[in-house]
Design a protein. Sequence first.
Length: 213
Amino acid sequence: MLKPIKPAERALLAMVIFDTFTLGFLTLGFEMIAGRILTPLFGSGIYTWATIISLVVAGLMCGYYAGGFFADRYPSFGMAAVIKILSGLYLLLVFYLAGGALESVFSLSQGDIIPLFASGFIVCFPPMLTLGMFSPLAVRLLLHDPAIAGRVTGGLFALSALGNIFGILSTTFILIPNFGSRAITASFAVFALGSGILSILMRSLTPRRVGAG
């Protein structure tokens, strides 16, 4: 028989579900912003978008693997806070770089390919790495019964994908036409930082490792 979940624990578990959606929103919403940052420098052709997409996927791939590693060792809401705060801090760095500092990458090579991959890596890979780490941790925090592991995992990935869809559409059709890419990047950073701070504050409501057994 499963141990009843206390109201305070239930609130934190609800926050994990909320974070799964919102971080999914940020993840692919930021991919569209990365395009707006890089295409003025390298054009909007297939090479630019192939670079962006491949580096986003590579960052998420490494994030999923690293997130699984840390989820097994530190299955806590403190770890969730660290992931969100690191994501927010790096997005602030991207906000700064998008102001013109990124153009210094052109000095790396006379051609376009090396600067394109270097710029794409700087803009896309680290935030995707940190954001990708959240999904395995979310599964670890919500999974109280191995018998429903498939449903929990499938549900969280579906919710994250729904956030991805909303992030792409909202960023492309609402945010980008009305706000600059740097302003959107800054707002994403502030949201991630605020969410991380909220996780730290709420963490005191429950034992150290809710959902970790």
